[in-house]
Design a protein around this ligand. Structure first.
Ligand SMILES: *Cc1c(COP(=O)(O)O)cnc(C)c1O
Length: 433
């Protein structure tokens, strides 16, 4: 199976090329040339599959024989070794918890699958791989843990100084070995721009074999399809239409859901929940797309002013806002509403959520108000303890810290501080080759 660029101005490439090069030379994003329909056998056995079995059969269809069955099975069994439980809050409203992986955020699905896939793809090559990744918080931790000690792959994580939580920062700056962190005196969009520039820098690419682990990489999107299907396996009422609300930033998560639907998944509606960074919501309302500078919020992993996966969505929906509206709704909520929602979930359901999840809760509630015939699911994209200060302050209660995070508290941060300046970044990469 081949992959094309959403800008349609670059050659089609193999899976290996799409995954290792990450960005096509025409500055588009890679997409699978065909989105094969899931076969009838998949749906016949759907409710009998275990989670990894279902992932395997889905990925086999999506990847269309590019990887041998045994290898694909191995990658999935190793990567998807934690659950995505569906917790019912009340009749017709459930939360899909995606934070049971090692970094306690949904990005573990993407990062763990990707590291194992990359490892498989470079087995037998001569060169070492350098992965550059920009993070607004959770990607860094997931990628750091997902690639930690992976042979012949080194990871460089760029994060915006002072704009990630303390525990998030610990996750990406304390591992050492093949993982290094760069603290950028700017925003997430600045970090993302530095990484993009590095990929387009011919000179640098002759010196290093660069690859990306951001949500622009197609390898991240594949495993993010899995839990949408999982939620449909777990849902109690199999006959009532399902609306899935996704707290969104770069829109990689929700784009994966749309891809799965294109392949035949029976999800009836996608709801994007934005924080104050609401360019997508505005796009659905007005039909015009106007990137903004980033506004910092409590749901910082969604602080994105120009969502990178917008290009993929436009490609899927032929640049037609009316086609988008047939599948997707979108709502935006500010910080004040987010914190009120956090409190409401605790008071009503004794459910402790992270701020991103609270935005998702607001999104599904709004949608269900307008469309009561649906059952609603919203995604819990991170564990509340990753944002412990604001959650404890809002709920006036202690948030239990899982062991995986607790151990990081005393570890020493190791990061290189740089200004938003491409030349300094490049110099660092070359000097520390
Ligand atoms: C990354 C992230 C998001 C946004 O996901 P996108 O794929 O960028 O839309 C939402 N919530 C949390 C906790 C995240 O880490």
């Amino acid at each position: 199976m081949l992959f094309y660029s959403t800008n349609h101005n670059a050659p089609d490439v193999s899976l290996k090329n799409a995954v290792l090069n990450s960005l096509p030379p025409d500055n588009g994003l890679y997409m699978p040339q065909v989105l094969s329909k899931l076969p009838d056998t998949f749906f016949n056995d759907f409710y009998d599959y275990s989670f990894p079995e279902m992932c395997f059969h889905f990925a086999k269809t999506l990847m269309n024989g590019t990887i041998e069955d045994d290898a694909l099975k191995g990658i999935i069994d190793d990567a998807i070794n934690f659950e995505a439980p569906l917790v019912e809050l009340e009749e017709g409203l459930s939360v899909l918890e995606l934070f049971h992986g090692p970094s306690l955020a949904f990005k573990d699905f993407g990062a763990r699958f990707m590291s194992r896939l990359m490892s498989h793809l470079v087995a037998g090559d001569d060169n070492n791989l350098d992965i550059l990744v920009a993070t607004s918080g959770d990607t860094g931790g997931a990628v750091a843990l997902g690639f930690y000690k992976t042979k012949r792959i080194r990871v460089t994580i760029l994060y915006p100084s002072g704009k990630v939580s303390k525990l998030q920062e610990k996750q990406l700056t304390t591992l050492g070995h093949n993982i290094r962190a760069i603290e950028v005196q700017g925003t997430f969009d600045d970090c993302q721009a530095l990484v993009k520039q590095a990929f387009l820098d011919k000179d640098l690419n002759q010196q290093l074999m660069l690859s990306s682990a951001n949500s622009i990489n197609i390898a991240r999107l594949i495993p993010q399809c899995f839990y949408y299907l999982r939620s449909l396996q777990l849902v109690k009422d199999r006959n009532r239409p399902v609306a899935m609300c996704v707290p969104s930033g770069n829109f990689g998560n929700i784009t994966a859901g749309i891809i799965a639907k294109k392949m035949g998944m029976k999800m009836h509606r996608f709801v994007a929940a934005n924080n104050a960074n609401n360019v997508f919501t505005q796009y659905l309302n007005s039909g015009s797309y106007d990137p903004q500078t980033t506004i910092p919020t409590w749901s910082n992993a969604m602080d994105v002013g120009n969502p990178s996966n917008f290009k993929r969505l436009m490609d899927i929906f032929d640049n037609d806002v009316n086609k988008v509206k047939k599948e997707m709704s979108a709502y935006a909520f500010d910080d004040e509403a987010t914190l009120i929602a956090l409190k409401e979930m605790y008071d009503k359901y004794e459910y402790i959520a992270c701020p991103h999840t609270a935005v998702g809760y607001l999104g599904i509630k709004q949608f269900l108000k307008e469309n009561p015939e649906y059952q609603g699911i919203f995604q819990a994209t991170a564990h509340p303890s990753k944002f412990i200060d604001i959650v404890e302050e809002t709920l006036e209660t202690k948030v239990p810290i899982p062991e995986a995070l607790a151990v990081l508290k005393d570890r020493e941060k190791q990061a290189t501080l740089i200004a938003v300046d491409y030349d300094s970044f490049k110099e660092y990469l070359i000097k520390h080759k």
